[in-house]
Design a protein around this ligand. Sequence first.
Ligand SMILES: [Zn+2]
Length: 343
Amino acid sequence: MKKKHSIQAARLEQDVYELCQPGGRMVGTAGHRAAQAWVARRLEEIGCEPYRDDSFALRYEEYGTNFTNFAGVIPGADRTLPPVLIGAHYDSVIPHPCADDNGSAVAISLGVGEAIAKSGGLERDLIVAIFDAEEPPYFQSSAMGSNRFYEDQVDERGIHFALISDLVGHDVTIPDHYLGGLVSKLASSLAPLTFATGAESHPDLPGLLEEIESPSGMKLIATLNRYVGDMSDHGVFRRNGVPYLFLSCGRWEHYHRETDTPDRLNYQKMAAIAEYAEKVCRSAAHASLVETTIEAKSVEFEARTWKDALGLLHKPFAMACGVPDFKSRSHIDRAAQVLTSML
Ligand SMILES: [Zn+2]
């Protein structure tokens, strides 16, 4: 297990260093063009075919500006079924490396694609989608890459399930003043925390996710998307009723700063997140996830992730959040609010 992580971690590290150059990847810059060439090459190398026509590049124009999404596909057993999608944005918010945001998630998406290609594919196609223009000033505008992809570029099969990630390269740290004394000594055990939203997007997802253990090196905490909002490319899938999971380690001190550099990422944690994401894609590909009006009940699944992820810190952390435990919707509500304010 450890060895597999190390090989995967080294590959992820190499991808982040190659993609996250000092000049960044802001739309319209030379760095953006260099990133595009790199993404197209990596999609080919990991074994993807173009999702549409004969190019990985899916161009579009908004506000007189040219943008480019990228989408490759790992063919699955039944190509008539709606595909699973794994995706992340490749643009940067400032002309700096922006490694965690979002080189980390691009590397993980490519890594999952490669692992699935090597194993012979899923029961249905897997789309590896690398989106343009997630960052301001395009965030949640009609130029945002994931919005244009879903609305104009998805083929007639639609999307079965989408796994989106953003800010998935760093350890979670919680400032000392939140957790005095003994607890702050244990705070390093919170480093592997990884947050998930979207279990509530389909009634079959909580059960499906319950079956998937967090690999060593990451600890999953599930909450409702409404606590964090549509902070990344999963928004368009959620709004259109596509079952999805959004993974993130949350904001950190280097968020949207020059100091978000490749040397600060934890590649072992990224390898664990990639392993988890691969399992989720496999399981979602197998599930029917039929359209339904039944509301998903994710609270029990969420409660279990809080308990498992926090381990010995479960009780003291609950106290720090002002709740007795993480067993009910209102307690998780409160804890998620407090946790969000800590990050
Ligand atoms: Zn960002």
